[in-house]
Design a protein around this ligand. Structure first.
Ligand code: GLU
Length: 501
């Protein structure tokens, strides 16, 4: 695949917007895009929206937003246009009808007038006789007179079916899998044009790939069975078949079973695995990490490297290192990568990503407030959402103090805790600065003076100021809360201990 080909590289991602954007589709888009960028080619986004019953405008929005979020840009397609448009198949129906007529005229396809009732009867009969199921090619063999009669009787209501060879074999070459041979007797005369005048996937896909001058097709493994049909369609038209690669399915983290649209998969640790792109966004993953992770699902960078930038991938991406076997989806690895990318991020960028996360959780911090908590969370979180539990309380409008018992640390009592907090309060009140280092310089010796270990004193202060048992490091937290808030909360805690025996 590395040698320059005579034909310019033009590849497409051709989703059907019928439901939310699945992670498998995102991986197909990513590999196709990487291939285009690697070869200086063109990446086309084509919307296969001819199934009008299942078309969903919300799915289209999720798709475009999802691609943008991943950083996958398209050279031709919706919003950007291009000289091979329109890029919505629903706007190209005239072209499909013309070519369906052409196939009929050239005896490569035929009109089928069979009613749904007849098709159901055929199916029943095949089931009873334990024959293989499929259309019995009734209309393929109509005489011209019979055809005219059917046409008149049905009011010109028909579908168009491709005339497939009745025997022999069809071999399709897959870039990843080599030659795949199909027994023609198993293949069907599939419908190309439906009775509503809209094409099926097969017709529209082949016509568009041809007229959009697609050089390489990358699509999901589940389409392998349609490859011989498409090959016959290309041959029927007398067009060259583009090179084709069926990308491996994505398996659940356990490696057992496909990570399908409807499946609910769990990790070994019992966590539900997100499968839709927007679920990954909502779970607080960052695009760089997800792209790095997805690149590893079915492809390997080599040199034992698991962490790499998109630019590095573009420089070496090719199909020869795509493993055609199904690839597992190790979610823990994504968490690890996500934490890594978060730690490497410029603080203001992380703040910009965290702000909507806090807002979604019901907090309304200012930009500066978010920036102030970045040092607290950046070394510690694996997903953006983890920041909510960690520091969200800092932005809360109201503070609900912890019950006084929670202030009392191991091997301490109420009176001792109260005395310790009073001493700490006095020490903090007198500090020239309220930054973390200054606080620490005062409080560590104080713990010793009081005969406490630091954990006891700091634990009491942590609960007093945050009402949480687990929070980021105490001094940094108090610095972000500010002197007034921190001291007011310590005073409140001291008062609450008055009533505790
Ligand atoms: N519309 C098809 C899909 O959503 C496209 C498959 C292909 O790339 O040919 O899977």
């Amino acid at each position: 695949m590395n040698e320059p080909s005579a034909m310019p590289v033009r590849v497409r991602f051709a989703p059907s917007p019928t439901g939310p954007f699945h992670i498998g589709g995102a991986r197909t888009a990513l590999f196709t895009w990487l291939f285009a960028r690697r070869h200086g080619g063109t990446f086309i986004l084509r919307i296969e929206d001819t199934d009008r019953k299942r078309y969903d405008p919300e799915a289209l929005r999720l798709l475009l937003d999802g691609l943008r979020w991943l950083g996958i840009d398209w050279d031709e397609g919706p919003e950007v246009g291009g000289e091979f448009g329109p890029y919505f198949q629903s706007e190209r129906t005239e072209l499909y009808r013309q070519w369906a007529d052409w196939l009929i005229e050239h005896d490569k396809a035929y009109r089928c007038y069979c009613t749904p009732e007849r098709l159901a009867e055929v199916r029943e009969r095949q089931k009873t006789n334990r024959e293989s199921l499929g259309y019995d090619r009734h209309c393929r063999n109509l005489t011209p007179a019979e055809r005219d009669q059917q046409h008149a009787e049905t009011g010109g209501h028909y579908v168009v079916r491709l005339k497939m060879p009745l025997d022999g074999e069809t071999t399709v070459h897959d870039i990843l899998r080599g030659d795949i041979t199909f027994d023609n007797r198993q293949l069907q005369d599939l419908v190309l044009l439906k009775s509503d005048g809209f094409p099926t996937y097969h017709l529209a896909n082949v016509i568009d790939d041809h007229f959009m001058q697609v050089s390489h097709i990358m699509r999901a493994e589940e389409w392998i069975s349609t490859a011989p049909v498409h090959k016959h369609l290309y041959d029927a038209f007398g067009w060259p078949t583009p090179k084709i690669a069926h990308l491996p399915v994505i398996l659940s983290p356990s490696g057992k079973g496909k990570l399908s649209k409807r499946s609910v998969a769990f990790t070994d640790g019992g966590r539900k695995v997100p499968v839709l792109l927007h679920e990954f966004v909502e779970a607080g993953y960052v695009p760089e990490a997800l792209v790095n992770f997805l690149t590893n699902v079915g492809w390997s960078f080599g040199d034992d490297r698991e962490v790499f930038t998109v630019q590095e991938t573009i420089e070496r991406f090719d199909l020869d290192r795509v493993n055609p076997a199904g690839s597992a989806f190790p979610l823990e690895k994504l968490d690890w990568l996500n934490g890594l990318y978060i730690r490497d991020m410029a603080p203001d960028k992380l703040a910009a990503l965290l702000k909507p996360v806090f807002e979604h959780a019901g907090y309304t911090p200012s930009d500066d407030q978010v920036l102030a908590v970045v040092p607290l969370v950046q070394p510690r979180i694996k997903t953006l959402n983890e920041a909510i539990d960690f520091v969200g309380f800092i932005f809360a409008d109201t503070f609900t103090p912890a019950p006084p018992e929670d202030l009392i640390q191991k091997k301490m009592d109420a009176a001792g805790t109260k005395a310790a907090l009073e001493q700490a309060l006095a020490a903090l009140e007198g500090l020239p600065d309220f930054d973390a280092a200054t606080q620490e310089a005062a409080l560590r010796p104080l713990a010793k003076e009081l005969g406490l270990n630091p954990g006891q004193l700091f634990g009491a202060l942590r609960v007093a100021t945050t009402a949480q048992q687990v929070a980021p490091p105490l001094f940094e937290t108090m610095a972000v809360l500010g002197r007034d808030t921190s001291l007011a909360r310590i005073r409140g805690a001291i008062a609450s201990l008055d009533h505790t025996g």
